[in-house]
Design a protein around this ligand. Structure first.
Ligand code: ADP
Ligand code: MG
Length: 294
């Protein structure tokens, strides 16, 4: 007597797989869900026992999870572009202390709640360096926020008008690294300057700040509209600070000068004859942020 299966063949066999997929989704283990069949085939091929099979899967999930967390931190940092020191040409700015920059890229100053100020004329890589330090901080587990001084003071004024200043201030306090770019490019309003001062003051010894500015400290009073406020601000900001001196030739200008030069001249120039910066690959990577999953 043959026993007949009440369900069409294959249907019952699929149930455990469906349940497993459901449970893995609920447990938020997308990598195990995606990889378990492939890894099972590999485990069978390599003769791995079930503990090693499970270990391999769990390790994959952990690696992926760390990558996803870093990507989220990078998205939340709101970098206008993702740049790193891999694409930074130190030879183009000989006045910059490379050792200090590479030391800062290890982010120990963030753990120590120290500050960084990058000073120099336009186009010398201050924003690039700040972005690269921000990226390094995200990769090393520090929450980061990038904003220009002008945008930040506008956001603060708007928040004050809309009675949500305390909330914004708390958000700005919560990040481990706050990057304030382009201080000095646009003069701040009196209120904007005071609100910005308050942010810096609230972070004093509580969280790191990176400031980039085209203005030497002597000219900061024109940005903050007050000697007294600037004095108090610099006092706090520079108490634990690493200064990056970034005065030099504009990298942008050098690049566009290189592009304007006739091709025949470029071909006749021996490699390395002062052309390094011009020959460096394009630094902007506008595609980078959109590569991140949303
Ligand atoms: P700054 O903020 O000092 O005005 P940026 O960081 O915006 O200058 O630099 C202008 C452009 O030149 C950017 O595209 C930047 O990536 C590039 N750049 C500047 N300095 C360097 C450098 N030393 N190596 C590689 N790229 C650089
Ligand atoms: Mg800049």
């Amino acid at each position: 007597m043959t026993k007949t299966d009440p369900t069409p063949s294959g249907t019952m066999a699929a149930v455990p797989a469906v349940l497993l997929a459901h449970h893995l989704k609920q447990l938020k283990l997308p990598t195990i869900l995606r990889e378990h069949e492939k890894v099972a085939r590999e485990a069978a091929r390599d003769g791995l026992d079930h503990v090693r099979y499970l270990l391999r899967l769990v390790e994959l999930e952990l690696l992926d999870r760390e990558r996803r967390v870093v990507e989220r931190r990078i998205r939340e940092a709101r970098f206008p572009a993702v740049k790193s020191f891999d694409t930074f040409d130190f030879a183009a700015i000989p006045g910059l202390n490379k050792m200090l920059v590479l030391e800062l890229a290890r982010c120990e100053y963030v753990a120590r709640r120290e500050n960084v100020i990058a000073l120099g004329n336009s186009g010398t890589g201050k924003t690039h360096a700040a972005l690269a330090l921000g990226l390094a901080a995200c990769q090393r587990g520090f929450s980061t926020l990038f904003v220009t001084a002008h945008a930040l003071s506008s956001q603060l004024m708007e928040a004050r008008d809309e009675k949500r200043l305390l909330k914004l201030q708390a958000q700005l306090q919560n990040v481990k690294l706050l990057i304030v770019d382009e201080l000095g490019y646009v003069p701040l309003s009196q209120v904007g300057a005071e609100l910005l001062f308050e942010v810096f003051s609230q972070r004093y010894e509580r969280g790191s700040i990176i400031v980039t500015s085209n203005l030497p400290f002597e000219e900061w009073p024109t940005v903050f509209r007050s000697e007294r406020l600037t004095g108090a601000l610099l006092d706090r900001l520079t108490h634990h600070v690493h200064i990056l001196e970034m005065n030099g030739e504009s990298y942008r200008l050098k690049q566009s000068a290189g592009r304007r030069r006739p091709a025949s001249v470029e071909q006749n120039t021996p490699p390395g004859a002062g052309q390094d910066a011009v020959a460096a690959p394009a630094q902007d990577d506008p595609a980078a942020p959109s590569n991140l999953p949303s």
